[in-house]
Design a protein around this ligand. Structure first.
Ligand SMILES: Cc1ncc(COP(=O)(O)O)c(C=O)c1O
Length: 450
């Protein structure tokens, strides 16, 4: 039977029988069966069209024809490993280098964000001769054992924090210890990293790296105050460590103003290692690590070969090149800046109307809407966020939540998300919130009168 002729219930039953329950579904009570994607839209088996507000992997749009064609054409000619000379891999490294600061000029190609972060960890340890890692609270950096260890979002539910991992507070100026009224939150949050480093050093530990997403997404679509990364990098480098910017969710023009999200931190700020994934291949498994000559030379000095069977294959590189071509041709970075600020403006107008909208933060097409119980406590409105997401789904809009309180609606749509999509989604959100407030009011009235 063709897979798209199978009914949703039959697919679900098979999945329950054959796949682990650890592999979760969106909307587990009523999962969606998606059979087709195009641009910023996904279609279920009945042909219903959903607006995809969350898939930052389908960066230039689901199934972009130029990306699909690039993969197909290269697949017809050759797909092999990177031990042969091939133009795609060098052309791709060259094109990526043109987007990055000059110092980040050595490239490794891999298949997933997790592989990229794991290699970054190896590079950092080899270069520094140190072992320990400082991470931000609530961070997620991947599913390999090494990365679960540096992902508080995961290890807090497992066997806890390893002695070589040190956690600094999220630079969250909305809910963290230093807020929007602090005179210099960048320095204050960076001092927290310094404190964490000093306390590790007092125990005889040595710092190899600081890992952070350039914009912490799992942490709740956080925008670190500008200047925070350079300050942190100073503390980390003085301790002998390197700065790793995880751009897996937020790179490739998503932030609009810049191609890389770390560039929001200041024109002169250059991480020692940058990791890329997800959007880099528009759905094809591609990932990359970019670093400096110095770090790469230290890694080479071991004499041990770095080999990755699929990483940097002619097909992966053809796909990566096509993604860069589409970004340029369709001017998607500028588009993200324009649509993102329009969406922020529309959401901002809603804030005046709906007290549950505590904070609206974002840059380009990376936006978080922080739902709160009340302004005084800023307590996360977790159940309400969940309810809003399920009502949006009934309206064929796919959105999800993030953050430690699972109360932040996260927008990170394919970059072709349009002004019309923004208008439509915000109008639906407005209607759902109005209806929700109405229901709460009638319950309160009932309670008063009973
Ligand atoms: C910030 C970040 N880093 C790393 C990863 C791991 O990437 P992958 O799932 O491709 O291994 C993820 C995945 O969600 C991520 O969000």
């Amino acid at each position: 039977m063709a897979a798209d002729q199978r009914g949703k219930a039959a697919t679900l039953a098979l999945r329950r029988r054959l796949l682990s329950n650890s592999c979760r579904l969106f909307f587990p009570e009523d999962p969606i069966k998606i059979v087709r994607g195009q641009g910023q839209y996904m279609y279920d088996e009945q042909g219903a069209e959903y607006i995809d507000c969350i898939n930052n992997v389908a960066h230039v749009g689901h199934c972009h024809p130029l990306v699909v064609r690039a993969a197909h054409e290269q697949n017809q000619v050759l797909n092999t490993n990177s031990r042969y000379l091939h133009d795609n891999i060098v052309d791709y490294a060259q094109r990526l280098s043109e987007t990055l600061p000059e110092k980040l000029c050595v490239f490794y190609f891999l298949n997933s964000g997790s592989e990229a972060n794991d290699l970054a960890l190896r590079l950092a340890r080899q270069y520094t001769g140190h072992w320990d890692v400082v991470v931000l609270d609530h961070a997620y950096h991947g599913h390999l054992s090494s990365l679960i260890d540096i992902s508080p979002y995961k290890f807090r539910d497992l066997d806890g924090q390893k002695e070589w991992v040190h956690v600094a507070p999220l630079p969250d100026t909305y809910r963290g210890p230093y807020r929007e009224d602090h005179p210099n939150p960048a320095v204050a949050y960076a001092s927290e990293v310094k404190r964490v480093v000093s306390s590790a050093q007092e125990k005889g530990r040595k710092i190899a790296a600081f890992f952070a997403e350039s914009l912490p997404s799992v942490g709740g679509q956080i925008i670190p105050p500008a200047g925070y990364f350079p300050e942190v990098a100073g503390h980390i480098r003085r301790a002998g460590g390197v700065f790793v910017a995880d751009e897996i969710q937020v790179g490739f023009g998503r932030v609009g103003k810049h191609f890389w999200a770390f560039q929001l931190q200041g024109e002169d700020f250059v991480p020692d290692i940058v990791t890329m994934g997800k959007s880099i291949g528009n759905g094809h498994p591609v990932a990359c690590v970019a670093t400096t000559q110095a770090v790469a030379r230290a890694f080479e000095a071991t004499g041990v070969e770095y080999f990755n069977t699929f990483g940097g294959s002619p097909v992966s590189c053809a796909v990566g090149l096509a993604v860069l071509d589409v970004l340029e041709k369709e001017q998607l970075q500028a588009h993200a800046a324009c649509v993102g600020s329009f969406l922020m403006e529309l959401l901002g107008q809603q804030k005046a109307k709906h007290p549950i909208l505590g904070d609206i933060r974002g840059v380009g097409l990376f936006i978080g809407v922080d739902l709160i119980k009340d302004e005084a406590t800023r307590m996360p409105a977790t159940e309400e966020a969940d309810y809003v997401v399920s009502r949006l789904k009934e309206n064929y809009i796919l959105l999800s939540t993030d953050g430690p309180g699972r109360n932040v609606l996260k927008f990170k749509p394919p970059m072709c998300f349009s002004l019309d999509n923004a208008r439509y989604v915000v109008a639906k959100l407005d209607a759902i919130l109005t209806d929700m407030e109405e229901k709460v009011r009638s319950c309160e009235t009932l309670r008063l009168h009973s």
